[in-house]
Design a protein around this ligand. Structure first.
Ligand code: MG
Length: 391
């Protein structure tokens, strides 16, 4: 005897755009740095069922703008069954092909995450349990912001070393450096990257796992030089040092280094492109995140693809959807907690939430949330009071 779960009929899809205070500013190349208190903008995407249950996902407003919701998302979702999320995702992918780039992987990712949230909230179960329930806590790595020119910030190898020690004191057992990139005056500079990595290794000793995610457009020869230094420093992985569109460059580098290369992170193509990377031998560790890979569904496919080839799949980025994937799979070693900077308090609860999703204990562990769905504790009152547009 079996019985089907009753349909979770999708009644509506909407997004609200709201403002919130932020101390992050964005430089000319799009990297986040500490800044004066300013105003940020986000959207909350909400998928509501006929039973009145709602699934949510935060996204940049432009990702879920009216054209995207009207032209693609509502056409596919409204009237459908949220439990058929694989079919809904496939229908979105069909629309994506002819959308001339308007329906992005990122939009599909937000929709897919909100669908998972809706299913979890309807059933009263955390998404990470629905997906696999591999573990209820995971070690975090502290992921620094890119380097800057702020005194006492991340402007020198010594400041990276000082900050790394602070992170170890907080409990982190693993730290990933993002080093200097343009428009920082002296960036990119392989010599400076090596100096920062050397200073951090010297400061934290041999027992802390270290990774580098430096400038993403190095030449093969600069990338090789840095990689050889990282091998001497016993780094755990080396990430997106070259343009990921050039698979051949990664194959070239992987053949000359024994430090594990990790990727691709920003390359488009979802699980399909990652399968090609495995086949080509372009990385030793795979990479996927819910935002960039088109959702929780395709990110799980990448993780299982990697598992099938005996590879780790390290999940890109923080936040509730990525944490849910980390809790569901066995071949990810860390959750990415960041971005971190000496001037910012990552544990400060944003105005639009009642709690952060990923508090870390003194052992460097993050517990998977116990609430239903993605477990996000959203401050709906705050969002209602700061809504600038509804669509
Ligand atoms: Mg990265």
């Amino acid at each position: 005897m079996y019985r089907l779960l009753p349909m979770i009929k999708i009644e509506s899809v909407r997004a609200v755009e709201f403002t919130h205070p932020t101390r992050r500013s964005v430089d000319a190349a799009g990297h986040s740095h500490p800044g004066p208190l300013g105003t940020g903008r986000q959207a909350l995407l909400t998928i509501r069922s006929a039973d009145g249950v709602e699934g949510h996902c935060f996204a940049p407003p432009q990702v879920v703008r009216p054209h995207v919701l009207n032209q693609f998302v509502r056409r596919v979702l409204v009237g459908g069954d949220a439990l058929q999320r694989e079919r809904l995702w496939a229908d979105l992918e069909h629309w994506q092909r002819g959308s001339a780039g308007q329906l992005t992987d990122r939009a599909m990712g937000a929709v897919d995450a909100a669908l998972h949230d809706l299913i979890g909230r309807t059933l009263g179960v955390p998404v990470w349990q629905l997906l696999g329930g591999y573990r209820d806590r995971i070690p975090a790595y502290g992921s620094t912001m890119c380097g800057d020119e702020l005194e006492g910030g991340l402007s020198s190898p010594e400041e990276y070393a000082d900050f790394a020690l602070q992170l170890v004191e907080k409990g982190y057992k693993a730290i990933k450096l993002h080093t200097w990139m343009p428009p920082v005056r002296f960036a990119p500079d392989p010599g400076m990257d090596i100096k920062a990595c050397t200073a951090v290794r010297k400061a934290v000793g041999p027992d802390i796992a270290l990774m580098l995610d430096g400038y993403h457009e190095y030449s093969r020869t600069d990338a090789l030089r840095i990689g050889r230094a990282l091998e001497e420093l016993d780094f755990t992985w080396y990430e997106e040092m070259m343009n990921e569109q050039s698979t051949s460059s990664y194959v070239w580098l992987a053949q000359q280094l024994h430090i594990p290369l990790l990727g691709p992170e920003t390359l488009s193509g979802k699980h399909y492109a990652r399968a090609e990377w495995v086949k080509a031998g372009a990385s030793d560790i795979l990479r996927a995140g819910v935002n960039g890979c088109g959702g929780i569904g395709p990110t799980m496919k990448v993780a299982h693809l990697a598992e099938s080839f005996g590879m780790y799949c390290e999940i890109h980025g923080n936040g509730a959807p990525n944490l849910a994937v980390c809790g569901a799979i066995r071949n990810s070693r860390w959750y990415e907690r960041g971005l971190l900077h000496p001037f910012l308090d990552y544990d400060e609860v944003p105005a639009h939430l009642n709690a952060i999703i990923d508090p870390m204990d003194s052992e460097g562990m993050v517990a998977l949330p116990t609430g239903p769905g993605l477990g996000e504790q959203i401050n709906f009152d705050y969002i209602a009071r700061h809504t600038e547009a509804t669509y």
